[in-house]
Write a protein that binds this ligand. Structure first.
Ligand code: CAA
Length: 384
């Protein structure tokens, strides 16, 4: 079983993440959820722990850890608060990874280092009002100016860390004629003239993370801020998302584990028919199902991460992990509410938040329907 292969470093990461989540995140989680308040203090602490650039080389200010360490930390943090989980995941897998893989030394010095240390926060900007699952249909444009700079125009949607980030990876069409082969990636900085954001979305779940739209009106971006080669932006976006999906799968795993632990604890306390409800077979069977699904999800998540660590193709494994772990999170959270009965339906007992938070894991970084497409295409590719 893959969990048994964990090293001492992995166990240490788990302990550190668990302690951080319990002490720094848990006390304010319910209130931040209600108010939709960004966890600024927790994010600062995440940076100090090296959790915002976990897989980045120490040469660029990162912790130099493997993807297995990353999913362990993601699970622990998301078990307590999935909002903090997504902020962490986007910075690690969607922003730092792309900068480290495709950035020039100058870009790494200017952007990756402060992002890896937590001095700055990053956002990944692919989705648009009319380009969600069908991500090749980018409408945002980048037009070349005489001085070699680019002018960006367009709108991005559903951007995690949208109002709080300092560095934004923005995908735009540099040559519309070429379709997705004419998409390029740009590093846009907070405060660039013409770059504004919309109001924070009032979401069902992960309410403490800030999500908003972004507007670009003749935003002049210098030539040296293009990330990767011109016209390779879409491939860069997709490769980045492969790793991101492992992070979201781990977030979903954390939500499921948190909901399960809450249900288990409650079932031992709550008495009905003269005994704790954990003595009732109806409840025991629910717990058995929850624990089984979570174990299966964890095995898929660890497998995807360890495959990435071995530098093997992990597209299918990441999609399978995300598909299964997100479904597990929704199902387990729903059952956790049921185990709690009426108490599950009120905020104070926190399981309703797990249910609201779980749902997004079936939507972002590729819906479950898209994960089916990705898995099926990989199967066809392997069996061509
Ligand atoms: N890994 C690497 N490359 C990939 C890839 C993957 N998983 N999926 C597609 N590509 C590459 C293809 O190889 C192809 O490149 P080449 O022609 O150079 O070989 C190119 O991308 C286009 O691929 P397709 O021809 O397969 O395009 P398609 O339109 O048929 O399918 C898709 C593409 C898989 C549906 C893709 O659009 C997709 O993944 N959509 C979902 C988008 C998504 O996940 N958005 C998440 C938003 S970010 C977010 O949620 C972050 C957050 O804030 C939390």
């Amino acid at each position: 079983m893959m969990q048994l292969d964990l090293t001492e470093t992995h166990e240490m990461i788990r302990d550190t993440a668990r302690e951080f989540a319990q002490n720094e995140v848990a006390p304010t989680a319910i209130e931040r959820d209600i108010k939709g308040e960004f966890p600024a203090d927790a994010v600062k602490k995440l940076g100090e722990l090296g959790f915002l650039g976990m897989m980045v080389s120490p040469e660029w200010g990162g912790a130099g850890l493997d993807a297995v360490s990353y999913v362990i930390a993601m699970e622990e943090v998301s078990k307590v608060d999935a909002s903090v989980g997504v902020i962490m995941s986007v910075n690690n897998s969607l922003v730092c990874w792309a900068l480290e893989t495709y950035g020039t030394d100058d870009q790494k010095e200017r952007f990756l280092r402060p992002l890896a240390t937590g001095e700055k926060l990053g956002a990944y900007c692919l989705s648009e009002p009319e380009a969600g699952s069908d991500a090749t249909q980018q409408r945002t444009t980048a037009t070349l100016n005489e001085d070699g700079s680019w002018s960006l125009n367009g709108t991005k949607n559903w951007i995690t860390n949208g109002t709080s980030a300092d560095v934004y990876l923005v995908y735009a069409q540099t040559d519309k004629e070429k379709g997705y082969k004419g998409i390029s990636c740009f590093i846009v900085e907070k405060g660039m003239p013409g770059f504004t954001h919309g109001v924070k979305e009032d979401k069902l779940g992960i309410r403490s993370s800030d999500t908003c739209s972004l507007q670009f009106q003749d935003v002049r971006v210098p030539a040296e801020n293009m990330l990767g080669p011109e016209g390779r932006g879409f491939n860069l976006a997709m490769e980045t998302l492969n790793g991101g999906r492992i992070g979201i799968a781990a977030q979903a795993l954390g939500i499921a584990q948190g909901a399960y632990e809450a249900a288990l604890a409650y079932s031992k306390e709550r008495k009905a028919f003269g005994k704790p409800i954990s003595d009732l077979q109806a409840i025991q069977f629910k717990l058995a199902d929850m624990a089984t699904k979570i174990s299966a999800a964890r095995a898929l998540v660890y497998r995807a991460a360890s495959q990435k660590d071995k530098h093997e193709r992990f597209v299918k494994e990441a999609a399978m992990a995300k598909l299964f772990a997100s479904k597990t999170a929704v199902e387990v959270a729903l059952e956790a509410v049921q185990v709690h009965g009426g108490y599950g339906y009120v905020r104070e007992y926190k399981v309703e938040r797990y249910l609201r938070d779980a749902k997004i894991t079936e939507i972002y970084e590729g819906t479950s329907e898209i994960q089916h497409i990705v898995i099926a295409r990989e199967l066809m590719r392997e069996n061509a």
